[in-house]
Design a protein around this ligand. Structure first.
Ligand SMILES: Nc1ncnc2c1ncn2[C@@H]1O[C@H](COP(=O)(O)OP(=O)(O)OP(=O)(O)O)[C@@H](O)[C@H]1O
Ligand SMILES: [Mg+2]
Length: 420
């Protein structure tokens, strides 16, 4: 698929943008703080309904628009998407009402609206119409940052291709919230009738939770194979072992605490079990047993201590957790390999190519790795792995002649985009 037209109103530093985009390779270049990343963010937001930064959506609205006297301010993102099964017109509206209240105390009403082919849909139903793979410089945090980052990555990636996953996750989170509220009350001593309700809520977690676990375990297995090939054959040109391990939090329970920090062999073994026994029945049975075993810990802490909301995953190169032992360039290369592997994975899973968005990709890569990466991108576009790849850079001088011959080069300056 391809985004052929992008219209932005009051989005970040774009007061108004009407941009026609070609297919193939597009290079956006410009100085710092001109709007390159914001443009990728807009496309990503339409695809995932999320900002890549875990910040509040109100911050996406253009600051100047928030300074006007209008009581209502609307940020709009619109994309015309070309797909093999027909075009899609996608729109997202970010609506601030009672702007005065926002100005006064940061409180007012904020809501989002999604439209597909000009008809309103639930936010969740915007997913799947436009699919992207995004790489940002800060994505190295995926390996080195907290487990919440890695869970967010799994959730956003899987939600783009699998509506069932997204539904199961949402059901799971709702029950989890109720269960945690109950556990909190119980920890405070409100125990009348609570045990029965806890039992019911625990049972309600099993079905959606084990489906989430299963989907993630399969994803991690599939991605590991694809990422291994790209990392070693295409990016660094050597042979080592790269594996992705799913780390269920239940293995860490009562031992080292959080799955992300622990990363012991036990965690990897439990992850291997999940990845190898990924039948819904076997996982549901195990998850039920782990929930039962965690009951005393849950009651003591007043929160649910096992389940997909506590899990983690890791990139392991030559037996070492990259997040703990990798050099910065190594981590960056491995995360890049992972993102590039997502292209092949999405194509195989959905029968259509996602759009590749690479932000400041050459930063911190040595000359050799940079050239290998650019060659890989060009090859992807030529081989129809992706029909559109949009890259940004402050310095077009970093790009190979081969790459530039393939690319449409656009300049970004103060929230305006023009052809070179
Ligand atoms: N809500 C907003 N309203 C107006 N401007 C914003 C808003 N949010 C961010 N900006 C500004 O948009 C500008 C462009 O940001 P962006 O991250 O797209 O720059 P960039 O071209 O990618 O720069 P760099 O090369 O430094 O990465 C920044 O100056 C930023 O402060
Ligand atoms: Mg940027």
């Amino acid at each position: 698929m391809q985004v052929r037209r992008l219209s932005l109103t009051n989005f970040r530093n774009y007061a108004r943008l009407e941009l026609d985009l070609p297919g193939g390779v597009v290079l956006l270049h410009g100085d710092n703080a001109q709007g390159k990343t914001n443009l990728l963010e807009a496309i990503y937001f339409l695809a995932t309904t999320r900002s890549p930064h875990a910040s509040q959506d109100q911050q996406l609205i253009n600051w100047d628009a928030m300074q006007t006297d209008d009581p209502v301010v609307v940020g709009r993102l619109v994309a015309d998407v070309l797909r093999p099964d027909g075009p899609r017109h996608l729109e997202m509206r970010l609506i601030v009402e009672e702007r005065g209240a926002w100005a006064l105390n940061g409180q007012g009403s904020f809501r989002r609206e999604a439209l597909v082919n000009r008809g309103k849909v639930r936010l969740m139903d915007l997913l799947g119409h436009l699919r992207v793979v995004l790489f940002l410089p800060e994505d190295v945090d995926l390996a080195t940052g907290p487990p919440a980052n890695r869970r967010r990555y799994l959730n956003i990636t899987l939600c783009q291709v699998d509506a069932d996953y997204c539904r199961n996750l949402s059901t799971y989170n709702k029950v989890l919230e109720q269960r945690n509220a109950l556990l909190r009350r119980m920890a405070e001593g409100q125990t009348r009738g609570a045990a029965d309700v806890l039992q019911i809520l625990t049972e309600k977690l099993i079905e959606p939770g084990s489906r989430v676990l299963q989907r993630r375990a399969v994803f991690v297995t599939e991605m590991a194979r694809l990422a291994q090939d790209i990392y070693f054959q295409d990016l660094i040109g050597g042979k080592e072992s790269l594996r992705l391990g799913y780390l269920p939090g239940w293995a860490a329970n009562g031992r080292q605490g959080d799955a992300g920090r622990a990363n012991s062999d036990q965690l990897l073994r439990d992850g291997d079990w999940l990845q190898a026994n990924a039948t819904p029945a076997a996982i549901a049975e195990r998850f039920a047993a782990e929930l039962a075993a965690a009951r005393p810990a849950d009651l003591a802490r007043g929160a649910s201590t096992v389940g997909p909301h506590r899990d983690d995953w890791a990139i392991v190169v030559n037996g070492k957790n990259l997040g703990q032992f990798g050099s910065r360039g190594q981590v960056r290369t491995a995360i890049l390999a992972l993102k590039l592997a997502e292209i092949g994975w999405m194509k195989a899973t959905t029968n259509d190519t996602p759009i590749l968005l690479l932000d400041e990709v050459s930063a911190e890569l040595d000359q050799h790795r940079r050239a290998a990466l650019l060659a890989h991108v060009v090859e992807q576009v030529r081989g129809k792995g992706t029909a559109q790849a949009i890259l940004t850079s402050t310095d077009p001088g970093l790009f190979t002649a081969d790459f530039l011959a393939e690319a449409t080069v656009l300049a970004v300056r103060e929230g305006r985009v023009s052809r070179d």
